[in-house]
Design a protein around this ligand. Structure first.
Ligand code: SIN
Ligand code: CO
Length: 391
């Protein structure tokens, strides 16, 4: 590639490079910058069947939707789950999609796919949403605010995208989902099993199922400034010192008493900036806790378990894994770690924090026995809090 050439928009994966290039190259040339279609290099085995997905959509606690398009009336319809099993029998042969969010939470085989994205910080991955669509099924032309990897699981989907510099982004106001008023495709591809389309935020895209298909959307998490501010305020506002407030010891005589002048604006900005100021440790602790809860998840259930009971269960063949009700992450704190889950922090060794945040954590009796005394005590505490559960 010469210096003036743009990186290619289509590449082929290889056994060594699932992204068709090294992760460093992908991050440099594509991540948050430009779309990329990665053609599969070998047969892809979808970790889930359409029936598995429909089953999940019937369970209380999962987040699911059916999006239907009535062609004759150009009308979009959305139903939210959980669904009764019979609902699926009553659907037409064409033009609908079932979407289930957070499937990685519920299905260990789907969760394993996250391993391929280990080049990204785990917290940056929001979820794996999976859609099942019948021919013609689509959620319309739209944009997402976050990066997404659209991995084709089963069947064929036609993806059109608008990779132009300033695409029209106005939404239709007559639909229950966010649809673009105008969509001009710059690229048009058919994706089969294992093919994957990466889209940075803000690229209009329009996917239509050509036959029965499953599409896995590995969606990234990038909290909006508004979300961060609201969560930060909810946590800190009440704890703040009442004496920390707007102050103006340098006040000059007011010539226009009705006005909020530039000096007042400067002071209020300084008050807010001081309120947001946190040292790195405090900011990491807050952010880690903020990231450690799922939307729409009930709190983990604490368990009355003693260390002896946990050991006995491990000896009987039980394993302990992370509860699907929370997302564990950690921040380093000197040579120790702050392990975050369920909006809380537990100080642990760095070794245990790393172990607990592995994507496929499963602590068995041998692993437990090999842990240091303090790590075993932390595992017991994690089980008591319901952060680790028996499987
Ligand atoms: C789908 O799977 O139908 C939609 C995924 C997306 O556009 O983000
Ligand atoms: Co999308």
């Amino acid at each position: 590639m010469t210096t003036n050439d743009k990186p290619p928009i289509e590449v082929r994966a290889s056994k060594m490079h699932a992204l068709g290039m090294s992760a460093a190259q992908f991050l440099k040339d594509y991540w948050q910058k430009r779309p990329l279609l990665i053609r599969a290099c070998d047969d892809f085995v979808c970790p889930l069947t359409p029936d598995d997905l429909a089953g999940l959509a019937c369970i209380e606690g999962t987040l699911s939707r059916i999006v239907r398009y009535e062609r004759r009336r150009d009308r979009w319809l959305v139903e939210t789950g959980p669904f009764a099993e019979q609902r699926f029998a009553g659907l037409p042969k064409r033009d609908w999609t079932l979407l289930v969010q957070d499937v990685d939470r519920w299905d260990p085989d789907v969760r394993k796919l996250l391993h391929a994205f280990d080049f990204l910080p785990r917290w940056r991955i929001d979820d794996i949403m999976i859609s099942y669509a019948v021919p013609g099924g689509s959620v319309g032309a739209h944009v997402d605010q976050y990066d997404v990897f659209l991995l084709q699981g089963l069947g064929q989907r036609r993806w059109q995208i608008d990779a132009s510099a300033n695409p029209p982004l106005a939404f239709r106001d007559d639909a229950p989902i966010r649809l673009l008023q105008q969509f001009n495709a710059s690229h048009d591809w058919q994706l089969g099993p294992g093919d994957m389309l990466y889209l940075p935020p803000g690229v209009p895209h329009f996917g239509v199922a050509q036959d029965e298909c499953l599409t896995l959307s590995i969606g990234m998490r990038a909290p909006s400034a508004g979300e961060l501010l609201a969560a930060f305020a909810a946590q800190h506002a009440l704890e703040m010192d009442e004496a920390q407030r707007y102050a103006d010891p340098d006040l000059a005589v007011a010539h226009a008493p009705g006005a909020v002048d530039g000096e007042a604006v400067r002071r209020v900005r300084a008050t807010l900036t001081a309120a947001l100021a946190q040292d790195d440790r405090a900011m990491a602790d807050w952010f880690g806790r903020f990231l450690s809860v799922y939307r729409a998840a009930e709190a983990p259930t604490p368990k009355r378990l003693s260390a002896a009971q946990i050991e006995a269960r491990l000896k009987r063949g039980s394993n302990f894994t992370v509860s699907p009700k929370l997302r564990l992450n950690y921040s380093q704190d000197d040579q120790m770690a702050m392990l975050h889950g369920n909006g809380e922090t537990l100080p642990t060794t760095l070794r245990l924090a790393k172990l607990c945040t592995q994507w496929d954590l499963s602590i068995d009796s041998a692993q437990f026995a090999a842990l240091s005394e303090p790590d075993r005590a932390s595992v017991v505490e994690l089980c008591k809090r319901g952060w680790l559960i028996e499987v």
